[in-house]
Ligand binder design. Sequence first.
Ligand SMILES: Cc1cc2nc3c(=O)[nH]c(=O)nc-3n(C[C@H](O)[C@H](O)[C@H](O)COP(=O)(O)OP(=O)(O)OC[C@H]3O[C@@H](n4cnc5c(N)ncnc54)[C@H](O)[C@@H]3O)c2cc1C
Ligand code: SF4
Length: 544
Amino acid sequence: MAGHRLYRPAEPFGGRMADILRQSSLPDPFRAAPSAGWKVLDASTLTEDRDIEADVAIVGTGAGGGTAAEILSGAGLEVVMIEEGPLATSSNFRMREADAYPQLYQESASRKTKDKAINILQGRCVGGGTTVNWTSSFRTPVATLEHWATSFGLAGFGADDLAPWFDRMERRLGIAPWPVAPNKNNDTLRRGAQALGISVSAIRRNVKGCWNIGYCGMGCPTNAKQSMLVTTIPAALERGATLLTRTRALKLEHVNGRVGALACVGLDARGTDPTLRRITVRAKTFIAAGGAIGTPALLLRSGLGGHEVGRSLHLHPVPPVPAVYDEPIRLWSGPPQTVMSDAYAWLDGAYGFRLEVPSALPGVLAASFPWRGAVEHSERMRELDHVAVIIPIVRDREAGRVMIDRAGRPIVRYRVRGMAARHCVRAIVEAAYIHLAAGAREAFTLHTRPLAVRRGDDLAAFAREVERRGIVPNRVAVFSAHQMSTARMGGRRDAVADPEGRVRGVRGLYVADASGFPSASGVNPMLTVMALARRNAVRILASG
Ligand SMILES: Cc1cc2nc3c(=O)[nH]c(=O)nc-3n(C[C@H](O)[C@H](O)[C@H](O)COP(=O)(O)OP(=O)(O)OC[C@H]3O[C@@H](n4cnc5c(N)ncnc54)[C@H](O)[C@@H]3O)c2cc1C
Ligand code: SF4
């Protein structure tokens, strides 16, 4: 190891960024919470059990739960939001990986499939995925909606039917084309694709007054990102809603075909282990919005939703492709996702892949790079300043499953196979070509046995080798930030929920999150979740 030093990226503003931002950013809406009389209860502080009554109880405060909370509380209903993660706000965001992952992500950003082959990134905090996501805002593609309508009997899911719901969410969250030049990482995708004649376009973002810092995955320190944390949840609290944090929903109690209560447990200050404190929430209506792993786990623990619950898990598997450039890239700097290519999205009946780039920091990169030995790994880390990464987002037709273990904890089974595996292989090759066309010195895969391609190499031989290795579990790094469709809505009787999100076989329970998608959306799912949650919440109001 002599002669090698550990890589440390230069901290912006000489490490004082958090302090500078705190003085000059948009105000933290929760700073005013005590004087505004907002009802926020951190269950880790409870000294006795609690019984709470409300009109509506919502499990999860992410894209779906946060959206539903604003609509329902705005209509004058008494709403309780139940969130297992902590309330962390811009006043706490330190923009350090070591702080952010344990604080804001499920299982400290180390949640994995049962076979440990896929790294699952998911928010676990007030705002859920919207607090840590990268702000890319897409409407559901028409091809996906047509598939949902024809194959799942979803009436009223046409692009024109849903347009008003998208419009309202886009206006609410300031979703608009992003006018600022792409950062260096996004620009490599733009340059390389254009050099090869592959179409690229700009991504719309849900931001207001973004500082282009690039730390969206650590919680936005300026409150520019229009996550649920700074928009719909404060609005719901302003209208009298209650927010329970570090509170895990365990089980929905139902009698005579109607859900009447939700049993919850308080978590400790770290937000991981249960305490002895029990919270019982009684309500007329319950909404499951714990995300596509949390919601099926809750339904399974409660014995609700029928035998399809947890099946049909889609993950949009991502096999990232890094490359080393001569010029500095600093992929953690600047707004994370602003350029994308959907040139390969229409393969095999719109089950192809989209190309985007990630927001990634040194800790995640270090954990993902191939490990052949300390020296080789540290060589890669020394070049980190010059590394760009393309992420193919593969629309998976094949499904996995969410189950629960004896303690009721979720187990995720998923294997990248069939068409999705073929598209992962093709996507790795295309992404490597794009890097080389953009001027990369070398592109490499994240197979455990290193595989790289340089300018002037035999590209066909590289493609054959990628195909030969394929996507074998634990032989290549695969990620997922898009979990979907484990409590599917549909017009058929075997769907877990009807087209309005009403869970079949029981009264008083709805789904309003990514678990309700009939299949993989094909694009980054946040805006689809919100539009459907908003629609379902309005239908709940209409049904009295
Ligand atoms: C790093 C990252 C980047 C992403 N980037 C983008 C992007 O740029 N664009 C995009 O469209 N999508 C993006 N996504 C995905 C997007 O954020 C999610 O698809 C979306 O947030 C899902 O919404 P949801 O309501 O289904 O669940 P979530 O937003 O995940 O919310 C679920 C909430 O429920 C809570 N919960 C779960 N179980 C329980 C329980 N039993 N009791 C109490 N609370 C519970 C969780 O803690 C969580 O806060 C990204 C995701 C990640 C992780
Ligand atoms: S780039 Fe992301 S973290 Fe930075 S100010 Fe903009 S929205 Fe916030």
